[in-house]
Design a protein around this ligand. Structure first.
Ligand SMILES: [Zn+2]
Length: 193
């Protein structure tokens, strides 16, 4: 199974279903977040349940645990290193590792502005999505990126997607990478209504 096939399965098997929304991310990321909560993204354990013959359901990256959705997106050393970098970037003192359900829950550590909470939610979804994509690259033997390269990709992609969706916002790249929570988003600028 190639990475592209993996993504096609994710999206094609999702026709006509409810989803969750965040207007700062592409549809494929919304679908990913929705399916992750329901443990319905393609992982080795999920494939094994469908009687696809697999030699092992141990994590092919750390050999540490079953390749469950929680492991793939959170507990795997590969994933948790990336999450810790994202928390640090957002200046959040979060050191405990939580479950996928907690990551995608509609809760926010930010109380000052509801718009920042929406942006933070987008960041969590994008992080999970890019962890999953890069993990698949590793699992299927493609050239893989280091966790810091993936972290840089999370900063870049989130900037690109949020900037595109928030046409009138003034997102300064330097502020975005150094202190994203201080970026000012007014309702009018980002069109939240
Ligand atoms: Zn692992």
């Amino acid at each position: 199974m190639s990475v592209r096939t993996d993504e096609k399965i994710l999206i094609n098997s999702f026709q006509n279903q409810e989803t969750i929304r965040n207007k700062f991310v592409p549809k494929k990321v919304e679908i990913f977040a929705w399916r992750s909560i329901r443990k319905r993204i393609p992982t080795l354990v999920e494939l094994d349940k469908k009687s696809i013959n697999l030699d092992s359901v141990r994590c092919p990256i750390c050999d540490d645990d079953l390749k469950t959705v929680d492991h793939a997106l959170v507990f795997c050393k590969f994933a948790s290193e990336i999450w810790l970098q994202v928390f640090k970037w957002w200046n959040l003192n979060i050191t405990s590792i939580f479950l996928v359900g907690e990551i995608f829950k509609d809760t926010s550590p930010f109380t000052s502005s509801s718009n920042i909470s929406t942006i933070w939610e987008a960041i969590k979804w994008i992080t999970g999505y890019l962890i999953w994509k890069n993990r698949n690259r590793k699992v299927f033997g493609k050239k893989s990126s280091s966790t810091s390269m993936i972290f840089n990709n999370i900063q870049g992609k989130s900037y690109e997607w949020i900037y595109t969706k928030a046409k009138k916002s003034k997102l300064d790249w330097h502020i975005w990478v150094t202190n994203p929570a201080s970026c000012s988003f007014t309702s009018r600028q980002i069109g939240i209504g």
